[in-house]
Design a protein. Structure first.
Length: 184
C-alpha cells in the first residue's frame, strides 16, 4: 500500500512538473530553467534523505558522502557523468523542449515508455532478463495507449510555422478595400 501511495505522489508531482514547465518555459531561458529544476530537485532529495534518517556527511566518502560521486574510481565518476549529462541533462531537456511542440499529455505518455525502453536496452546489453508474460502484456498496453494519445494529439504550432503560414497566406481584402473613392 505504501508503494501505491508513493506512485500516486509521483504522478501528482509529474502533473505539476509538466504543467508548470509548459507555463514557465516560454518565459525562461532553457538553461536557466534546467538550473532551477536541478536545484529544486536536489533540495527536495536532500530534505527527503534527512527526514528518512539516511546518514549523510559533507565528504567524498562513496557510501555516505554528499560528494561521494566524485570519488576518483574507474567505475564511479564516468558512470555519474554519463547519468548527469546523457540521462538527466539531455533527457530532461528533451522533455522540456518537447513541451514547445506537444501537449503535456503527449510528453507524459512518452515518459511512460522509459521503463520499457530501459528493459529493451538491458536485454540487448545482456544485463536484464526477459520479463514475464504479465509484464510484457502491461508493456504492450502502455505502448498501445501511448500510440493512441500521440496519434490523436495535435502538435503545437511553433513561431516559425506561424510566420511561414502568414507568408504563404494572401491577405484578406474587404469590400471597402476594393472600392475606390473619387474626390472631386
Amino acid at each position: 500500500m505504501e508503494g501505491d501511495f508513493v506512485a500516486f505522489l509521483g504522478a501528482i508531482g509529474g502533473v505539476l512538473y509538466l504543467t508548470q514547465a509548459e507555463r514557465l518555459r516560454p518565459n525562461v531561458d532553457l538553461m536557466v530553467f534546467m538550473y532551477y529544476l536541478d536545484l529544486i530537485g536536489a533540495g527536495i532529495l536532500l530534505t527527503l534523505l534527512v527526514c528518512m534518517g539516511v546518514p549523510l556527511e559533507l565528504s567524498m566518502d562513496p557510501t555516505v558522502g554528499l560528494y561521494g560521486w566524485m570519488t576518483p574510481a574507474a567505475n564511479r565518476l564516468p558512470v555519474a557523468l554519463y547519468i548527469v549529462f546523457v540521462c538527466d541533462f539531455i533527457g530532461t531537456m528533451g522533455y522540456v523542449r518537447g513541451l514547445y511542440y506537444f501537449e503535456p499529455i503527449v510528453i507524459s505518455m512518452v515518459m511512460l515508455l522509459e521503463p520499457i525502453i530501459a528493459t529493451v536496452i538491458g536485454i540487448l546489453a545482456q544485463v536484464e532478463a526477459i520479463p514475464g508474460l504479465l509484464t510484457l502484456g502491461g508493456g504492450l498496453l502502455v505502448l498501445a495507449g501511448t500510440a493512441l494519445v500521440i496519434l490523436s494529439s495535435p502538435t503545437k504550432a511553433s513561431d516559425a510555422d506561424d510566420v511561414e503560414k502568414a507568408r504563404l497566406t494572401p491577405p484578406k481584402r474587404s469590400l471597402s478595400d476594393s472600392v475606390t473613392t473619387i474626390q472631386v
